[in-house]
Design a protein. Sequence first.
Length: 411
Amino acid sequence: MTEITSFFGAARLPRAILFGRGQRGAIGSTSARIGRRALIVTDERQAAQPEFAAIMADLAAHGVETQVFDRVIPDLPVSAIDACVAPARAFGPDVVIAIGGGSAMDHAKVAAVLLTHGGEVSDYYGEFAVPGPVLPLIAVPTTAGTGSEVTPVAVVSDEARRTKIGIASPYLIPQVAICDPELTATCPPGLTAVSGADALTHAIESFTTAPRAGDAMLTEEHVFVGKNVLSDHFARLAVANLFKYLERAWRDGSDMEAREGVMLASLTAGCAFGTAGTAAAHALQYPIGNLTHTPHGAGVAALMPFVMQYNRPACAEAFAELATLIGLPDGSVEQRSQAFIEAVADLMGAIRIPASLAELGLAEDQQEYVAEHSLNAARLIKNNPRPLDLDAMRAITRAAYAGEREQLIAI
């Protein structure tokens, strides 16, 4: 892996980030400073929570009129976004507030684009296709994993194309992120696990993305700019917190210290990959998610130890650094880098992430489809620290399907 030879850093973040217990109490006053007509984007489960009712009362007390769209569904099909935008246009919001998990926040981002610039969702696929600023966004996560409250990307499911596609633009970054760990207290263990594992994948992939020459036009020409000194800082904090707190939060959802630690990790992992980007695990998950209809976090987490094993020759020193960060024993770079891969696999197993793609639900005869279609995610492929081609994707997919990382050691 090419090392960063000079100090280059890049960070695109919200104007304000509020983190801590009880910070949801600032939603009403924060919103009122931005606009007086708020579109609320959430899901049915969240809309039924007492905390949601309290947020709505707070908005009303601050003179903010609201329209609620509470039909967000996982995987974010384009048709669901269209169902939100039509009535919202008649309402005329001047701020959009997302309350929920990654799907709710991504839904709000794309809705803000359409309400501002019109057109179809497909008009904005890829990087830099959003032509200008969008309606101000306030993101209030209720899960700890995607980091979407601070990132410039939204992922949708295009039913016609039968695939997931990303929309990436700095204009998608919410203006304000309000992260209250108490809102994650009702997350069941399974959701806690896949969300936290997603955050760990974000942190590791951003820490090991291929660095690029830090010329002055890099951030003008790329949404995701690779490993750099600022993204690395956020990624380290995320990795350390997840190894300390994720299993605790999974075992005892009432452990608020653990909930805080995991939500902070999700936030900082978002700050890391929102600039550096992610890589092969996310590229492979796109077709796997389409085929298995399993949670995004479960897919990337199941893949991560295998992707790490493939990438190890290119980023052994980065893995060794993370091994030291989480307190693994001293040894050579080779020993520590492999120990870190084992530690990641062990943590995934401890929180019951599927140990193979077969266990995730992928059919044996779908492996070739996954390998071929993963290469369509060009923005992710170019970020990987080790070059990827069809043979490489086949090798990773085969090993991950069988649950045998040793297949990748000699490659």
